[in-house]
Ligand binder design. Structure first.
Ligand code: ATP
Ligand code: MG
Ligand code: ZN
Length: 367
């Protein structure tokens, strides 16, 4: 049977199912109930906190024939249509790959057409900060006078990159990081449904590792549950989260420094076989590069790092075997790969490429 990742399986379908964003869901529910729908919304906030999910719920809610408390009923004709993957009334556009002025012109042409079998056509423009200047200008024209049957929902993790002219035309909602407590409750519910056993301490470790992102929390939970075959223990959780495994990361860095391509590939293989989440590992690598830089350059370094003395000794020795420039490059290359690592289908290949790029010191071009 194909394994569906937990975060895809548990995408919320009503406002009530969304966690940690009450300030947004309540307002939107009220707007739907009152029939006061805006024509342009801007959703901003960290990855995996519910922007796309809420955008889709809103798109269905405004079209639902019998909304319940402002949420889509899930049963009426419109809800059934809009639940289909490629329904023509919900148009999802990834601005990262459709960022040209012609792409936006195409939207402008199409917004003239009325919705089919629905009240509103909803455009969800993801990663909207990636649009080029001329594309923003073209979008502005549409946002200024959108036809009555059109709703725009712009989503972005980097709101500071949006021009003021766009900001001033949208109703803005800031998504919060989700608290460890809320994440724990959410995880518990999902684990119960999936018959996954998990003690309270491990639950907390997983929720904390997710750093406020629901998607990250669920994807970490996923890899731990499958490694533990649905009986999660603290010991295995710690092992997989890699929080105490200094030796491994030290070895990894020795090999980066010595440009041992073969050893790096073998280590990544080992890490994957041990069931570690490679995206988490990648984050540990950026963190370690930063720790080494602190150990190397700061006077009272361990006041900042707070490591046990014997561990700090090892870090310090390793730190002195690197030059600053290399450490800074590792930080840069690994942290910019973090985001991609969450989405790619071949995490391992990407991690390998990242490690080799960092090691050999090519210029990394960002788009
Ligand atoms: N607030 C939330 N409540 C419940 N589940 C959530 C929430 N946020 C995220 N999720 C889970 O994470 C998955 C991804 O969420 P979503 O696509 O809405 O995030 P996003 O904010 O759009 O992230 P990105 O910035 O990466 O596009 C959902 O399918 C769901 O399982
Ligand atoms: Mg999204
Ligand atoms: Zn409905």
């Amino acid at each position: 049977m194909e394994h569906i990742s937990l975060y895809r399986k548990y995408r919320p379908k009503t406002f009530e199912e969304v966690i940690g964003q009450d300030h947004i869901t309540k307002t939107l529910q009220n707007q739907v109930m009152a029939g006061h729908i805006g024509h342009a919304y801007l959703f901003t906030g960290t990855r995996g906190t519910g922007k796309t999910s809420i955008a889709k719920i809103l798109a269905r809610a405004v079209n639902c024939l019998n909304p319940i408390n402002g949420s889509p009923c899930g049963k009426c004709e419109n809800c059934l249509n809009l639940q289909k993957e490629n329904d023509i009334n919900i148009i999802e556009i990834d601005a990262a790959s459709n960022n040209k002025v012609d792409d936006v012109r195409e939207i402008r042409e199409k917004v003239k057409f009325l919705p089919v079998g629905a009240k509103y056509k909803v455009y969800i423009i993801d990663e909207v900060h990636m649009l080029t200047d001329s594309a923003f200008n073209a979008l502005l024209k549409t946002l200024e006078e959108p036809p009555a049957h059109i709703i725009f929902i712009l989503a972005t993790t980097e709101v500071h990159k949006l021009p003021q002219t766009i900001l001033s035309r949208c109703v803005r909602f800031d998504f919060h990081l989700v608290s460890v407590e809320d994440l724990m409750k959410h995880l518990r519910k999902i684990f119960d449904k999936e018959n996954i056993e998990c003690d309270e301490e491990s639950l907390k470790l997983i929720a904390t590792a997710g750093e406020g992102s629901v998607r990250d929390t669920l994807s970490i939970a996923d890899s731990i549950a499958s490694y533990c075959q649905n009986k999660i223990t603290k010991e295995e959780t710690l092992k997989i989260l890699g929080t105490t495994d200094y030796e491994l990361i030290l070895t990894f860095f020795d090999n980066l420094r010595d440009r041992e391509v073969g050893n790096i590939l073998e280590l990544i293989d080992k890490i994957e076989k041990e069931g570690k989440n490679l995206a988490v590992f990648s984050k540990d690598v950026s963190k370690h590069a930063r720790n080494l830089l602190v150990a190397k350059t700061c006077n009272d370094a361990n006041k900042i790092l707070n490591l046990p003395d014997d561990v700090y000794e090892k870090f310090k020795i390793q730190a002195d075997s690197f030059n600053e420039k290399d450490l800074i490059r590792y930080m840069q290359v690994f942290s910019s790969a973090e985001n991609e690592l969450r989405y790619t289908l071949s995490v391992r290949l990407l991690l390998e490429t990242t490690a080799l790029t960092a090691m050999l010191g090519f210029e990394v071009k960002k788009n």
